[in-house]
Design a protein around this ligand. Structure first.
Ligand SMILES: NC(=O)c1ccc[n+]([C@@H]2O[C@H](COP(=O)([O-])OP(=O)(O)OC[C@H]3O[C@@H](n4cnc5c(N)ncnc54)[C@H](O)[C@@H]3O)[C@@H](O)[C@H]2O)c1
Length: 235
């Protein structure tokens, strides 16, 4: 496949390596220095786009891809409040989008464990539930998209939690502690604590390769498909 990279930072560079290993061609690399010069005919040369840019630029890039039209895999997080509008637009334009708050296989398995544990813990009210996410100091959005996915899975299963917050600690609120330190690729912890014991589950990424491989697999999956897809469809 011919791939265009929207965003050529830490993730864009990892994705390029994996894409080349899997015999794809990267025909265009877009970042903040050349985005203004890119035309629709540049983008038409590609089969698929992979978007890992910034929360401020992702929505414009999605619109651009839908207009071309260019199927787009979206890894950038921090825009999900607009997800329903984007899904509607994609349907209107008969476009192709694949989005995931986390493309790693391990995290998507962790999501399933998280949901199952939350379902079990629903009736055990003595356990207080909280979360922690730790990322590198350059990350712009907080909490992480992955933490929001985990929190929503818990809210779906645990009746005593009504919403999540990174600031408020209230009985009906699932508190998410966001930590920014060093070059941490991404760590997520879900804790159930009681006076008697604690239960903790953790996912810790050692590097960015898992995210990059998942994004390239998603691009292969999206090729020749219409509609909006997630990791649920891929796994
Ligand atoms: N979904 C996942 O699995 C996953 C995994 C890791 C990171 N992320 C997310 O991906 C995004 C990028 O992460 P990163 O670590 O590569 O960031 P980064 O800061 O290293 O790179 C961002 C890149 O975007 C470019 N950019 C800025 N404005 C742009 C524009 N208008 N159009 C195109 N490119 C533009 C920058 O020049 C830079 O090359 C973040 O939102 C991060 O949270 C998602």
């Amino acid at each position: 496949m011919k791939i265009v990279l929207f965003g050529y930072g830490k993730m864009g560079k990892e994705i390029e390596q994996i894409a080349l290993q899997r015999k794809h061609e990267v025909v265009l690399k877009i970042d903040e220095t050349n985005i203004a010069t890119i035309t629709a005919s540049d983008l038409k040369k590609a089969d698929v786009g992979i978007e890992f840019s910034t929360p401020h630029s992702v929505i414009k890039n999605i619109h651009t891809a839908l207009d071309v039209p260019l199927p787009l895999v979206i890894g950038t997080t921090g825009w999900y409040k607009q997800l329903e509008d984007i899904k509607t637009l994609c349907k209107q334009k008969n476009g192709s989008l694949f989005y995931a708050s986390n493309f790693s296989l391990g995290v998507n398995l962790f999501f399933k464990v998280n949901s199952y544990l939350a379902e079990l813990m629903n009736k055990y009210h003595d356990y207080e539930i909280s979360m922690e996410e730790i990322h590198h100091i350059h990350k712009l959005d907080k909490p992480s998209g992955t933490a929001i996915s985990l929190a929503n899975q818990i809210l779906e299963k645990v009746d005593r939690k009504k919403n999540w917050s990174i600031t408020e600690k209230k009985p009906e609120t699932l508190f998410i502690k966001d930590v920014r330190e060093g070059e941490v690729p991404g760590t997520h912890i879900v804790r159930y604590t009681s006076g008697i014991d604690d239960i903790e589950i953790m996912h810790k990424a050692h590097n960015r390769k898992g995210f990059a491989l998942g994004a390239v697999l998603a691009a292969e999956f999206l090729h020749n498909k219409k509609g909006v897809y997630t990791m649920h469809d891929l796994i």
